[in-house]
Design a protein around this ligand. Structure first.
Ligand SMILES: NC(=O)c1ccc[n+]([C@@H]2O[C@H](COP(=O)([O-])OP(=O)(O)OC[C@H]3O[C@@H](n4cnc5c(N)ncnc54)[C@H](OP(=O)(O)O)[C@@H]3O)[C@@H](O)[C@H]2O)c1
Length: 294
């Protein structure tokens, strides 16, 4: 299929482009200098012109969760309004749109996994802007698909595992939040899931797609460093101190428990993602093999 990946140079987008190409799709990934989704003119010109595709997958976003608290208007332009421009361009070109969203649309006050129908209640400016983007997409394109994911990590961007590795390599004692729960999701695994989903020509609507295990940030740090030490053959010990959310104040409030149910996706026959330890091993291998510093 002909697929336009928007934000194809970001952490998720780059793994998605690589996966879709290896699966034989004809993938276009214009850089932000060619397609600025915050500009309705740019979106119309690109998405309706030579980049018109059967599927448009939007991985572009303003992802600075804490900075969004001081520049909510910029976050809203990119996350709240721009997905609507894309949806309208897709409606005109007859393209389907898969828009990537987030677990942050929930407040995390429920310990039970959130399904796609669960009431939303975003806690901060980034979260509100992402929810506005969902609404803009659904209002503008009846065939649109929204995929909410969470706790993303991949080798082509900054992420929690990378931060943990860097701190451990620097010999620091790690103080890690142990009372927030979520589902770590590896970009290469999510890329496969998104590829499987579009191949199924799914019904419009919202889908949740996350890794198969829920855990705290502390447990995620332990698994990350176990994988990293194996890849590096480094037996140095790991010192992790559990802390509470209150001990690590951030400008934007995070959901306490944002486990997403993937039952709807698996009901379509999409395979679950790999266990976190397996995906982390591959992630660490790729980070370790890269010429870039951790
Ligand atoms: N990271 C997470 O933990 C997480 C969790 C849940 C959901 N998500 C969602 O997953 C998606 C992918 O996230 P990610 O972590 O891969 O993000 P990322 O690495 O920050 O990549 C976002 C990409 O969007 C591009 N972009 C930003 N504004 C743009 C604009 N106006 N026009 C065109 N491109 C623009 C960025 O380009 P520049 O580099 O030039 O700015 C970047 O390449 C997002 O929708 C995000 O909300 C992420």
């Amino acid at each position: 299929m002909k697929v336009l990946v928007v934000g194809g140079w970001g952490m998720l987008g780059s793994d998605l482009v690589a996966h879709l190409r290896s699966a034989g799709h004809d993938v276009m990934a214009p850089p932000r200098s060619v397609l600025d989704i915050a500009s309705p003119e740019s979106v119309a010109e690109v998405a309706l012109g030579k980049y018109a595709a059967e599927w448009c997958i939007n991985c572009a976003a303003y992802t600075a969760v804490d900075k969004a608290e001081i520049e909510p208007d910029i976050a809203n332009e990119i996350n709240g309004l721009a997905p609507g421009y894309l949806a309208r361009a897709c409606a005109m070109s007859g393209s389907r749109l898969l828009h990537v969203s987030t677990d942050f649309v929930f407040d995390g006050s429920s310990d039970a996994p959130y399904d796609e129908e669960a009431p939303t209640h975003p806690l901060g400016a980034y979260a509100r802007s992402k929810l506005a983007g969902e609404h803009a997409v659904l209002a503008s394109l009846s065939t649109a698909v929204i995929v909410r994911t969470a706790w993303l990590y991949g080798p082509n961007g900054s992420s929690f595992p990378r931060t943990m590795i860097r701190a451990w390599e620097a010999g620091k004692t790690l103080r890690v939040v142990d009372d927030q729960v979520g589902c770590p999701t590896y970009t290469a695994d999510l890329a496969r899931t998104l590829g499987d989903l579009i191949a199924l020509d799914p019904a419009p609507g919202i889908y949740h797609a996350v890794g198969p295990e829920s855990m705290t940030w502390r447990r995620f740090a332990e698994l990350t460093l176990a994988a990293w030490r194996t890849v590096r053959g480094d037996g140095r010990e790991v010192n992790i101190v559990s802390i509470a959310t209150e001990d690590y104040p951030t400008p934007a409030k995070r959901p306490k428990s944002s486990v997403l149910s993937v039952a709807k996706l698996q009901g379509l026959g999409v395979a679950p993602m790999r266990p976190v330890a397996v995906s982390l091993a591959e992630f660490c291998q790729r980070v370790g093999n890269s010429q870039e510093p951790v």
